[in-house]
Design a protein around this ligand. Structure first.
Ligand code: HDD
Length: 724
């Protein structure tokens, strides 16, 4: 047992699917002939009282009354998918875990993404840390990596978890705000706990507003251990790096999407998998031999610290792919239950004080969320045999036959396994010390890595952190909160502290709280992850048309985007057929747009393209929503393409002297600030070999390359993005 096929078969054995041949029954199997009318005593035309006797009706209502289970205490809002893990290189030098040494295996998995603070019905695009929880159904049992998209955590010791979560969740007196860290309690907590400074900087960076779950890194965060066949132990951190690069929304877009499409990330994942553009991540490990534990100026068991990649490079040994959407949200995504304590032979814990507490908390929370037999639910069930003397409890499914329910027993039935049989063997770690409520001295440096992170960001990213802090602290109305927090920022960077203090009305610090070590590190700025291999797979491109559009230009771009696996979506002035300039509405079918301009806004796309056509552009130029579409996409730094008469639309919408657009005679594309135009779009000029090429000059190649860069940061650096 253990392949994806086996897990799918196991899941399928629990599935039912309504079809024309199935009939409605009660929960106990009796076919029903009406579920629309409660059994009642009528008198001719006079309706009479309902009868308690109607067990069918009572069952239906009872079941409805009990549909809800408690939502997760944190990470309540999420979405998941099935996939596979493939090992590309054996890590047998550091572990004997089958999943990390056997390259012939394909291990099935389930991955659930989430936000942390919001409730189940909150919006996807809020500023928050994202959960990245993976359940590997290995041949030796389930292995869960319950990680985040940020590699560090707010607190060092699990005992502080209720405090940070209480402080971040809506305030107790009025239950405001929902799914936001922008409030007094959260920032009061951050100030009171300087250990949270490092993660707070990550949470204020673009990492906390991802473009897509498919474009975020995943980190195990805690320090685990690996044990090899020789019995040697290494400390380890787990990494997942997305093939599509690490990309974010811009803040204004994230805010708007929260209202315009609260399910944006959910739908994005479903759409990509449905379209066969399966998201992939490289799986990597950072390892440190046990003997080198104390070689660093930070404690490697402190979850508020990264292991800088210049010091400890990530070794990529495998890859995960998500390739199947769930069949049912509740029984799979909602009922999936992760535990950091679930590890398999060859993998162990460390004394990381956050991890130690997590190992208690997750099992415990599943008991109240799902009940004692939660591990028997299909989504949580291992693919290998489960045999033990744990018994009974509410909703037990397994029927354990035989006379014995204890070990040892007179039949010698079901003894524990030996090491040779694959038993989990605890690492014989020597432990010695004083029993006390304290941590080692290296846990006391709370600022160096916050500086390391901030120093490593690009100018654009730094300005986003500043803006995020200005936004968040503006939502704090108690001066003690924003004043003290503005001061704390001076421990990291003076310009940052001064900008924020000035904006939010705190006292403007005149000097650094402590000297800047001026160090930077690899792997912290997300711009590093942009250009590995330029591509536009699954990028959503709005193609905007009105009656009279140019069919040739439309088709050329539409087809090119399809070839490059992007997702072109036609946006019309209405959703009923739109006719090209050379089409006749009474005889031709026209094009049925996917949406109209009001239905899907520019925020939902990575780029926009407008084909020419005299009539079409005349209509769009007089349409406020169309002009806003272009302006908003420009302000959100997105690639914009226009051919033929559509260049006039851009002239009207953007009107910025710095942005050059092509002129009437241009037969070659012009690119300026990520706006790609071609005025004279005759057939020859759009007959290009479509590749994502940096140096290419043709319209299509320029347009898709700009798109592959995700956003045109230069627009923002030159102050153009706020001017439209
Ligand atoms: Fe946690 C859920 C990630 C610290 C207690 N956590 C939860 C989920 C993720 C994380 C991704 C959602 C899992 C899912 O999709 O079902 N948590 C983290 C990370 C942490 C972390 C990366 C720091 C390294 N968590 C942490 C601590 C505690 C908890 C220190 C308690 C001492 N976390 C929980 C929980 C949750 C949870 C209350 C709520 C629902 C659940 O477990 O299954 O037990």
């Amino acid at each position: 047992m253990g392949s994806t096929k086996d897990k799918n078969a196991q899941l399928a054995s629990n599935m039912v699917e309504p079809n024309q041949n199935t009939r409605i029954t009660t929960d106990f199997g009796t076919k029903q002939n009406s579920t629309d009318d409660w059994l009642r005593v009528n008198n001719g035309d006079q309706i009479g009282p309902g009868l308690l006797e109607d067990g069918f009706a009572r069952e239906k209502i009872h079941r409805f009354d009990h549909e809800r289970i408690p939502e997760r205490a944190v990470h309540a809002r999420g979405t998941g998918a099935f996939g596979t893990f493939k090992l590309l290189e054996s890590a047998e030098d550091v572990t004997h875990a089958g999943i990390l040494t056997d390259t012939s295996r394909e291990t099935p998995l389930f991955l659930r993404f989430s936000t942390v603070l919001g409730s189940r019905g909150s919006a996807d695009t809020v500023r928050d840390v994202r959960g990245f929880a993976v359940k590997f159904y290995t041949e030796e049992g389930n292995w869960d990596i319950v990680g985040n998209n940020i590699p560090v955590f707010f607190i060092q010791d699990a005992i502080k978890f209720p405090d940070i979560i209480h402080a971040g969740k809506p305030e107790p007196h009025n239950e405001v705000p929902q799914a936001q860290s922008a409030h007094n309690n959260f920032w009061d907590f951050i100030f009171m706990h300087s250990e949270a400074t490092h993660m707070a900087m990550w949470a204020m960076s673009d990492r906390a507003i991802p473009r897509s779950y498919r474009m975020m890194q995943g980190f195990g965060v805690n320090t685990f251990t690996l044990i090899n066949a020789k019995g040697e132990r290494h400390f380890v951190k787990f990494h997942f790096t997305p093939e599509l690069g690490v990309h974010s929304l811009v803040w204004d877009e994230a805010l708007k999407l929260a209202g315009q499409d609260p399910d944006f990330h959910r739908k994005d994942l479903i759409e990509a998998i449905d379209n066969g553009v399966f998201p992939k991540w490289k799986f990597g490990i950072q390892t440190i031999p046990e003997s080198n534990e104390h070689d660093f100026d930070f404690d490697i068991l402190d979850a508020t610290k990264v292991w800088p990649e210049d010091l400890i490079p990530v070794r990529y040994i495998g890859e995960i792919e998500l390739n199947r959407n769930v069949d049912e949200f509740f029984t799979q995504t909602e009922q999936v239950a992760f535990c950091t304590g679930h590890i398999v032979p060859g993998i162990g814990f460390s004394d990381d004080p956050l991890l130690q507490g997590r190992n208690f908390s997750y099992f415990d929370t599943q008991l109240s969320r799902l009940g004692v037999n939660w591990q028997e639910l299909p989504i949580n069930k291992p693919v290998c045999p489960v045999m033990n003397f744990n018994r009974d409890g509410a909703m037990r499914h397994t029927i354990s036959k035989g006379k014995v329910n204890y070990w040892p027993n007179r039949f010698e039935a079901q003894p524990p396994a030996t090491e040779e049989e694959g038993a989990y063997i605890d690492y014989p770690q020597k432990v010695q010390g004083i029993k006390e409520r304290a941590k080692s001295v290296k846990f006391k440096d709370h600022i160096s890595q916050a500086q390391l992170f901030y120093n490593s960001l690009s100018e654009v990213e730094k300005s986003h952190v500043q803006a995020a802090l200005c936004f968040e602290l503006d939502h704090c109305d108690e001066p003690v909160v924003y004043e003290r927090m503005s001061q704390r920022l001076a421990d990291i960077d003076l310009t940052l502290a001064q900008t924020v203090a000035n904006m939010v009305g705190g006292p403007v610090p005149q000097q650094l709280g402590r000297a800047n070590h001026c160090r930077t590190s690899k792997g912290l700025s997300q711009l590093e992850f942009i250009d590995e291999k330029p591509r536009i797979d699954s990028r959503r491109v709005a193609i905007i048309i009105a009656d009279g559009f140019d069919a040739f230009e439309f088709n050329a771009v539409y087809e090119a985007l399809k070839i490059l696996k992007a997702t072109p979506i036609v946006i019309g002035t209405r959703r009923s057929p739109i006719f090209a300039a050379d089409q006749n509405p009474s005889t031709d079918k026209g094009i049925v747009p996917d949406h109209h301009l009001e239905g899907q806004r520019s925020t939902m796309f990575d780029a926009i393209f407008i084909p020419g056509g005299e009539e079409s552009i005349k209509t769009l130029s007089n349409n406020g929503r169309a002009l806003h579409y272009v302006r908003e996409a420009f302000g959100h730094l997105k690639a914009i393409g226009a051919t033929g008469e559509a260049v006039h639309l851009l002239e009207k919408a953007i009107q910025l002297p710095g942005v050059m657009l092509s002129t009437a005679n241009d037969t070659e594309a012009v690119e300026s600030y990520g706006v790609v135009t071609l005025k004279n779009a005759h057939p020859e000029s759009l007959k290009e070999i479509v590749t994502v090429a940096k140096s290419a000059k043709g319209f299509l190649e320029r347009f898709v390359y700009v798109m592959s860069q995700h956003r045109c940061w230069q627009r923002e650096l030159d102050g153009l993005s706020t001017m439209v």
